[in-house]
Write a protein that binds this ligand. Structure first.
Ligand SMILES: NC(=O)c1ccc[n+]([C@@H]2O[C@H](COP(=O)([O-])OP(=O)(O)OC[C@H]3O[C@@H](n4cnc5c(N)ncnc54)[C@H](OP(=O)(O)O)[C@@H]3O)[C@@H](O)[C@H]2O)c1
Length: 252
């Protein structure tokens, strides 16, 4: 079954879709005919975004231990059987590795790694058993090299990217599609929320989502919006690491 045909099999569940890139990805999936379920942390904002998207919604903080499992079980108990899962919720933390608080790192790992892993596992378990479904994990070009001054974020995306590539190979025999989405800088609140300076160049979240959803529906393995971002893959990781170190990502 093609990923585009999954729209007739069940809704798409997108985490962190009350705003930013998640909202843009949800809007694109809707254009391709998917019913939507979105998640966010703030009741008012999540409800308002769900109304705009015509989506069902759940309010959950994915940094709380057990929240990912509880979310998935609640979605199923409410009678939904998602045919697509997009693990989009995630955040960064700028600063020298030893200066970022341990609480911030713990939450970052909980959302970017633990919740994404748990949701992937629960979704894949259903999808592989029934023989259809598609998973999209939002990683980053940060997955391809270490990131001085935002070390835990880059490492978290490297984890998710590696996990997703491995899961893709395993899921093939069940006719389940697994893709990694690795954008470069986007014009969302991401950098502000990370306490970081915005890079000079960024792509609109809508443009990146348009490209990403098209490629996802074709079942592509690694999706990188933007020609220049795709081109950076040929550079050695050591060169990119030195570049990131000089980017002045932290605010003084
Ligand atoms: N912006 C970029 O340059 C860029 C580049 C590459 C990859 N990405 C990835 O794209 C994804 C979306 O980021 P964005 O650009 O849209 O940034 P953003 O505007 O800061 O949005 C972050 C999203 O993650 C959710 N989130 C954060 N902490 C959460 C928590 N504890 N529990 C549940 N949800 C939580 C937020 O939900 P609330 O609405 O509840 O706050 C929000 O939807 C992230 O995984 C990010 O790593 C972004």
């Amino acid at each position: 079954m093609r990923n585009s045909e999954l729209k007739d099999k069940g809704p798409a569940l997108i985490t962190g879709a009350a705003r930013g890139f998640g909202f843009a990805l949800a809007s694109e999936l809707k254009k391709h005919g998917f019913e939507l379920i979105i998640t966010g942390r703030d009741e008012k904002r999540t409800k308002a975004s769900a109304e705009k998207l015509g989506a069902a919604y759940y309010v959950t903080d994915l940094s709380v231990p057990g929240s990912a499992g509880a979310l998935y079980e609640k979605v199923k108990a409410d009678g939904y059987s998602p045919s697509v899962l997009v693990n989009n919720a995630g955040f960064g933390a700028a600063g020298e590795a030893w200066k970022v608080s341990k609480e911030k790192d713990r939450d970052l790992i909980a959302v970017n790694i633990t919740a994404a892993t748990e949701l992937s596992k629960l979704f894949l378990s259903d999808a592989c058993e029934r023989g259809y479904g598609a998973l999209l994990n939002v990683c980053s070009i940060a997955a391809f090299q270490p990131g001085p001054y935002t070390a835990s974020y880059y490492a978290s995306k490297a984890y998710l990217y590696s996990y997703t590539l491995a899961a893709r190979e395993e899921a093939k025999k069940y006719n389940v599609s697994v893709s990694s989405l690795c954008p470069g800088p986007l014009d969302t609140e991401f950098f502000e929320n990370a306490g970081a300076n915005k890079p000079g160049v960024s792509m609109s979240a809508e443009k990146a989502a348009r490209y990403a959803v098209k490629r996802f529906l074709k079942g592509k393995k690694t999706i990188i919006p933007g020609f220049y971002m795709r081109a950076t893959r040929i550079l050695p990781a050591s060169v990119k690491t030195a570049f990131v170190a000089r980017m002045k990502i932290i605010k003084n």
